[in-house]
Design a protein around this ligand. Sequence first.
Ligand code: ATP
Ligand code: FE
Ligand code: MG
Length: 335
Amino acid sequence: IYVLGIETSCDETAASVIKNGTEIISNVVASQIESHKRFGGVVPEIASRHHVEQITLVIEEALQQVDMAPAELSAVAVTEGPGLVGALLIGVNAAKAFAFAHQLPIIGVHHIAGHIYANRLAQEMEFPLLALVISGGHTELVYMKEHGHFEVIGETRDDAAGEAYDKVARTLNLPYPGGPHIDRLAHESINPVDFPRVWLEEGTYDFSFSGLKSSVLNFMHNSAQRGEQVKPEDVAAGFQNSVVEVVTSKTLRAAEQFKVRQVIAAGGVAANKGLRASLEREFAEKGVPFFIPPLKLCTDNAAMIAAAGTVMFEKGIRGNMAMNGRPGMEMDSWI
Ligand code: ATP
Ligand code: FE
Ligand code: MG
């Protein structure tokens, strides 16, 4: 089974062909980061315009690399939501046009299911499974009994972790996206600032990062007022320590309570070195298999959409020409 994946939910225009849901044949990603950098975040209008310019080229490139005729494909899988509405529409319409022209079935994929299925491109998934989805727009713990079953057992009540990273980075005058810069700085600190850990009420798997973000902002503000010099690496490390401790602890507890056979991490913040090290160490100690896909597959790409789309295809799920972008799409199970 060969599936063409298309992803345009945010600021990456991506297309990929994968074989049997596990093997990447081509994986093309056109990033717009440079265009959004000076605004310190993704500007929806600019994103849409870039997607329009890039989408045909990116799809052609993905097909050229595999040297395959469209008729050899089994299906087209596209991110249906959630994401920026104008950005999603471009991918969905490109997918519909391609599917119509080549008489292929079209499959609408949930972006976060895609992030989770990025793992299947690196190793087989074992169920029951716990996925930590930690990205620019999401921070969720998802329990899966089997392929296509999703149960969100915890989620952020305010900012996503990546969002908090990007905002804290901004107050430290670091370039966008700030996550990797904070990560790098955090490793240079010898005296991290002590910021609060936000656990919320006992037993919950939900997260909250806006209070932590405010603490960092207040700390910067107060230090400036007092004329104190702040070491950015100490702020970065203090912030990262708080995120890593809370996320690691909740993920461990969920894995134990739900007695899962595998824990996987997904999303851009899963690229964080501090978080990876902490999760790897703790799960190794507990003897629970823990995986993170290679960095390239952690951030937005179309191979992960094709991977999730292939499983949906095998389950007989098909979209149709009425498909539209769904910016607020919920994560429903496929079965
Ligand atoms: P979503 O998938 O929820 O719609 P998104 O597509 O914006 O959101 P991703 O592309 O998966 O998210 O990840 C981007 C985020 O990951 C940014 O917030 C970025 O700062 C963060 N990030 C990337 N690398 C790191 C890192 N090493 N440490 C912390 N955060 C990181
Ligand atoms: Fe994403
Ligand atoms: Mg992105």
